[in-house]
Design a protein around this ligand. Structure first.
Ligand code: SPV
Ligand code: MG
Length: 435
């Protein structure tokens, strides 16, 4: 790299190059030699830009852009390491990051440039019809079954802990897809969606007893898939008869669902959070293992996961039983284990995870911290948990708000009193993007 020429750095987080990127390079060239950073996989997923091509291919792609002299990999979403490595005179970026959660990255960069020297150049963000179309093409690619299905397995390898939130409609799917926050100076968001039997049934005004049939459950998945790209974990309840479960596996795989979780109960299923207050029957290890094995035999791709959910702690059958079942279900072919508890104290879950991990370092572990909600994702990850599912919080937050509004309108014979706490009409009519 020439010592006399000024260095201009820009970071890309994209699998395709469009006019917006070319414009940034064109502007950058006016200031000196252009170095492009390829944002690494882990940081890219925090931007909701899940990579569809490997980092090596992104580096190669950026090298082909006319005017780019060098491509480096930027692992972190912050620029600290890159400033030390590249020592740019200028950093160039689209001006679209001045507001919203990304502004925290910008603030941090400005601070770095104050300390190390260097200037930030911001160019107007290009958003023409062609760019809009290419963005849509990228989103559609991510939504395709072959990309979406494998994404959960990829995330398990990429993230210390995969965070899934419940979705039961297009709208809740959009919340899971689009909610991004700034957290300790970094961007954060959910990685996946959980199509909960409790919330799917509740949204339809039905009890969570496997009453809502598979056709209807698949319709919910379809509504969510139409407007999202993130991977889906399906709550398959007991999985039904093994002879039926094999068809469910095929259908879910074909749709692009990443995983099904089935619980080791039989007969009339009731929600686990009832625990022993209602009659619930746990399946035998033999029967449930046979169901898992049948599902695995029916599966056609390597991407799909069948996760076995163990109800021993819920049904107060003890830790030993839970551990014995976990080992048996893994042996039968389960791609993961979900352990459930309705104790407020996370101790029971953490002991299971520790004991399981002593014997099995690899099989992904899933937990649903509804009752034991004081435990953090970091603590769970430290005990070997791979997927954390927030199974019902969206439904439980929406329902009381809607109910209170209904009560207040009835009491006041008008809607004025509730208006302050409602979303503005302008916001609701523009909430959903049109094509
Ligand atoms: C669901 O969300 O439907 C579940 C999790 O199965 S739980 O309600 O905790 O059983
Ligand atoms: Mg359920």
């Amino acid at each position: 790299m020439s010592k006399t020429c000024k260095k201009v750095y820009t970071c890309f987080c994209t699998d395709i190059i469009h006019d917006g990127h070319l414009n940034i390079i064109k502007e950058a060239q006016k200031y000196g030699e252009v170095i492009v950073g390829a944002l690494g996989d882990k940081a890219s997923i925090r931007y909701n830009k899940f990579p569809t091509i490997p980092i090596e291919d992104r580096v190669k792609l950026y090298r082909t852009i006319p005017g780019v002299s060098q491509v480096v990999v930027q692992e972190d979403m912050h620029y600290d390491d890159i400033i030390t490595l590249v020592q740019p005179d200028y950093v160039i970026h689209g001006d679209n990051w001045k507001t919203g959660p990304e502004s925290t990255i910008r603030e941090h960069l400005l601070e770095l440039l104050r300390v190390h020297g260097g200037e930030l150049i911001e160019v107007p963000y290009t958003y023409n019809e062609k760019v809009k179309k290419m963005d849509a093409v990228m989103r559609e690619k991510l939504a395709m079954p072959e990309y979406r299905r494998k994404r959960l397995r990829q995330l398990i390898h990429m993230c210390p802990v995969v965070k899934a939130i419940e979705a039961h409609s297009g709208l809740t799917g959009l919340i899971a897809e689009k909610t991004v926050v700034e957290n300790n100076g970094k961007l954060d968001q959910f990685d996946a969606m959980w199509v909960s039997s409790l919330c799917d049934s509740t949204a339809k005004g039905k009890p969570d007893i496997e009453l809502v049939d598979m056709t209807s459950r698949f319709r919910t998945i379809d509504d969510i898939m139409e407007v999202t790209t993130k991977p889906i974990i399906f709550d398959g309840d007991t999985g039904g008869l093994a002879e039926h479960f094999v068809y469910t596996v095929r259908s879910l795989e074909r749709m692009g669902v990443s995983a099904v979780i089935i619980e080791d109960k039989t007969g009339l299923k009731k929600n686990s959070l009832f625990g022993t207050e209602v009659q619930q029957t746990q399946d035998t290890i033999e029967n449930f293992s046979a169901k898992i094995a049948a599902g695995k035999a029916a599966q056609l791709t390597d991407d799909f996961m069948i996760i076995a959910r163990i109800e021993s702690l819920i049904l107060e059958r003890g830790m030993q039983d839970a551990l014995e079942r976990a080992a048996a279900f893994v042996k039968a072919g389960a791609d993961g284990i979900m352990i459930h508890s309705r104790k407020k104290d996370p101790e029971e879950i953490l002991s299971f995870c520790d004991a399981f991990r002593k014997k099995d370092a690899k099989t992904p572990l899933v937990v649903v911290p509804t009752s034991f909600n004081t435990v953090t994702e970091e603590e769970l990850a430290a005990h070997g948990v791979n997927i954390v599912i927030y199974a019902n919080q969206l439904t439980r937050s929406a329902f009381p708000a809607m109910q209170q509004t209904a009560v207040d309108i009835l009491k006041n014979h008008r809607a004025k009193e509730v208006d302050d706490r409602l979303m503005a009409i302008k916001d609701i009519i523009t909430l959903i993007d049109e094509i």
